[in-house]
Design a protein around this ligand. Structure first.
Ligand SMILES: Cc1cc2nc3c(=O)[nH]c(=O)nc-3n(C[C@H](O)[C@H](O)[C@H](O)COP(=O)(O)OP(=O)(O)OC[C@H]3O[C@@H](n4cnc5c(N)ncnc54)[C@H](O)[C@@H]3O)c2cc1C
Length: 525
C-alpha cells in the first residue's frame, strides 16, 4: 500500500468517477469513525476536514476511554453500558493506544467509602465481559501507596476502580490511516464552503477548497454526513438557513503540570467538585493533567481559549487534594476544548445536557451526527452509516468494525519503549535517522517529525507539535523552543524554503500563546 500522503489522496480524488456513496464533513473522531465504518462495508467515501485531522475537540479531551462514572450517578445506565462495551472493543482493536489505569476516589469523610464503593462495584458489574478490573475499597495506607503525593491530612482511605486511558490525537490519526487502508479518501485542509442541492432541493454534494493551493472542487454524493462536532449548526444552516440550533457548546479546560504533582501510577477522581462536576488528575506522557471544567459558551471556535476563572477553579480544586499545591507558575500547558452537547429543550447547566449521541436527518437530506463521546465513536459511526445507507438506498451491508483492528495494532507495544504509542509502526519510526531529542524537557526526536510528514499527512509545524506529537499539550514553552528545528526538518521533507519556515514558526507562536500560562508569554531560554 502506498504511504498515506496528500498527493495520494488527491490522486484518489481525481481518479474517482461519478457520485460518491458518502461525503463526510469533519475529520474528528466522529467523522473518521464514519469513514472507517462506511469504507469497511465497501462504500465509496470522501472525508473533508477544514483544518488538520483532530484540530477540533478530538485532540482536547481528558484522554479517557471510559463508561463515565458520572452518568451512572445521573441514572443513565444504558449510556454507561454502551460506553463500557466500546471501551472493551477499543482496548481489543487498538491495544497499542489504550491502557488500563487505576483511578482512586480519595475519601476524607466516613460515608464516602461505602457510598462510592457500591457505585463503583455497579460500574464494574455493568462492564460484564468487557471489565477492566474489580473495584475495591483501599485503606489509608494503600491509598497513600498508590497516590504518594495526595494531601494526607484527614485522609481516611479511598476506592479504586479501573478505566481506560489513551492518546486522542494519535488514535485519531490511526483511525484516518485505517479508513485510508479501507479505501476511503480523506483530505485535511479542505474546508467545505457550500453544500450543493439537486433539483428537488436535497443536498447532493459539497464545494470545497484546497487551502494550500487555493484550488476549488465540487463533489457529488448519494448522502452527505455532517460530522462537524461543535460546528454542526453552521453546516446545518448551509443546507437550510431556517433550522433551529441543536448544539449547546460547552468549554472544558485542562492544566498540565510536571509529573511530581502526581507521583505513582494511579489517577485521582474527584466525584463532586464545588460546582458539582467530576475532576480528574491523571498521569499522561510523563506529566500530570488536571481537568476539566464545563462552561457554556456562545459560539464554537477552532482554537478556544481558557477563561481566567476556569484556570483559577482548577488550581483551587487541585490544591484541595494535592500535597504540593500547584500555582500558575507551575502550569506547563493549558488546553481548552468544546463539547458538542446536544440541546435537550431548556439549555441550563451543560453538565446535565445529553452525552448520548444524536443522529438527525434534516428535511434537506443532510445527516448530522453529533454528541456522544470519544469512547463511543465506533458505535456512533455504526448507527450513522446504518441510517445513511437506508436513506441513500445503498446496498445493504453489515457493519464490521467491532472486529476491525485499528492501524498500528500491536498486542505488546510496550516493547518499543518510548515509541509504544506507534504500535506496529514503531520499528519504522526507529529506522529514521534523526534520533536526537528536539528539546531537553520532552522526549520527541526528529524521527517523529519526519514520520509525521511522510506517513501521517502533517502539513504544518502545529500539526506536528500539537497532534502528531503532543509537545504543545505537554509543555508549551518546550514546544516553542522546538518549533524552528521542526520547521527546518519539515521544510526539507516538503521541499519548502526559508520563507515557509519563518511563516510556520510565526504562525505556531501565535497558536501557542493561548497554551502558555497567563503572565508568561515568552519562551524561557
Ligand atoms: C474538555 C473535554 C474533555 C473530554 N474528555 C473526554 C474523555 O476523556 N473521553 C471521551 O470519551 N470523550 C471526551 N470528550 C468528548 C469527545 O472529545 C468528543 O465527543 C469528540 O472528540 C467529538 O468529536 P467530533 O468528531 O464530533 O468533533 P470534533 O473533534 O470537533 O471534529 C469536528 C471537525 O469538523 C471540522 N469542521 C467543522 N466545520 C467544517 C467544514 N465546514 N468543513 C470541513 N471540516 C469542518 C472541524 O475542523 C473539526 O476538526 C471530551 C470533550 C471535552 C470538550
Amino acid at each position: 500500500m502506498k504511504p498515506m500522503t496528500r498527493t495520494e489522496m488527491y490522486q484518489r480524488l481525481r481518479a474517482h468517477q461519478g457520485q460518491w456513496d458518502l461525503i463526510v464533513v469533519g475529520g474528528g473522531a466522529t467523522g473518521a469513525g464514519v469513514a472507517i465504518d462506511a469504507a469497511s462495508r465497501g462504500y465509496d467515501v470522501l472525508l473533508l476536514e477544514q483544518s488538520d485531522f483532530g484540530k477540533g475537540t478530538s485532540s482536547r479531551s481528558t484522554k479517557l476511554v471510559h463508561g463515565g462514572v458520572r452518568y451512572l450517578e445521573q441514572g443513565n445506565v444504558s449510556l454507561v453500558m454502551e460506553a463500557l462495551k466500546e471501551r472493551g472493543l477499543l482496548l481489543r482493536n487498538a491495544p497499542h493506544l489504550v491502557r488500563n489505569l487505576g483511578f482512586v476516589v480519595p475519601n476524607y469523610d466516613w460515608w464516602e467509602a461505602p457510598f462510592y464503593g457500591i457505585g463503583l462495584k455497579l460500574y464494574n458489574l455493568l462492564a460484564g465481559k468487557y471489565g477492566f478490573g474489580a473495584s475495591r475499597i483501599l485503606s489509608r495506607e494503600e491509598t497513600l501507596e498508590r497516590l504518594p503525593t495526595i494531601k494526607p491530612e484527614g485522609l481516611r482511605g479511598g476506592v479504586i476502580y479501573f478505566d481506560g486511558q489513551f492518546d486522542d490525537s494519535r488514535l485519531l490519526i490511526n483511525l484516518v490511516a485505517t479508513a485510508f487502508e479501507q479505501g476511503a479518501t480523506l483530505l485535511n485542509y479542505a474546508p467545505v464552503a457550500e453544500l450543493t442541492k439537486d433539483a428537488e432541493g436535497f443536498v447532493d454534494g459539497a464545494r470545497f477548497r484546497d487551502v494550500e493551493t487555493g484550488e476549488e472542487f465540487e463533489a457529488r454524493a448519494k448522502v452527505v454526513i455532517n460530522a462537524t462536532g461543535p460546528f454542526a449548526d453552521a453546516l446545518r444552516r448551509q443546507a437550510d438557513p431556517t433550522v433551529q440550533p441543536m448544539i449547546a457548546p460547552s468549554q472544558g479546560i485542562h492544566l498540565v503540570f510536571d509529573r511530581s504533582f502526581l507521583a505513582g501510577d494511579s489517577a485521582i477522581m474527584v466525584p463532586h467538585t464545588s460546582d458539582g462536576r467530576v475532576m480528574f488528575a491523571i498521569p499522561w506522557h510523563g506529566h500530570t493533567v488536571v481537568g476539566t471544567t464545563d462552561t457554556p459558551i456562545a459560539e464554537a471556535s477552532l482554537e478556544p481559549v481558557a477563561l481566567e476563572q476556569e484556570i483559577g477553579f482548577i488550581l483551587q480544586t487541585a490544591a484541595l487534594y494535592l500535597e504540593k499545591k500547584p500555582t500558575r507558575a507551575d502550569i506547563l500547558s493549558i488546553f481548552a476544548g468544546i463539547r458538542p452537547l446536544v440541546k435537550s429543550g431548556e439549555a441550563g447547566n451543560t453538565a446535565a445536557l445529553s452525552r448520548d449521541h444524536t443522529i438527525r436527518i434534516e428535511n434537506s437530506g443532510l445527516i448530522t451526527v453529533c454528541g456522544g463521546k470519544w469512547t463511543t465513536y465506533r458505535h456512533m459511526a455504526e448507527d450513522c452509516v446504518n441510517q445513511a445507507a437506508t436513506m441513500a438506498r445503498l446496498p445493504d451491508r453489515p457493519c464490521v468494525t467491532e472486529h476491525l483492528n485499528i492501524h498500528g495494532f500491536h498486542p505488546s507495544s510496550e516493547k518499543f519503549g518510548r515509541l509504544w504509542m506507534f504500535g506496529s509502526d514503531a520499528p519504522l519510526v526507529q529506522h529514521i535517522e534523526e534520533s536526537e531529542p528536539l528539546d531537553g524537557e520532552l522526549p520527541y526526536t526528529g524521527a517523529e517529525v519526519v514520520w509525521a510528514v511522510r506517513e501521517e499527512m502533517a502539513r504544518t509545524v502545529e500539526d506536528v507539535l500539537a497532534r502528531r506529537t503532543r509537545a504543545l499539550f505537554l509543555n508549551a514553552q518546550a514546544a516553542l523552543r522546538m518549533a524552528p528545528r521542526v520547521a527546518r526538518l519539515m521544510a526539507r521533507e516538503l521541499e519548502q524554503g526559508p520563507e515557509w519556515e519563518a511563516e510556520q514558526i510565526a504562525s505556531f507562536r501565535r497558536t501557542a500563546e493561548s497554551y502558555l500560562p497567563p503572565l508568561v508569554s515568552e519562551p524561557r531560554p
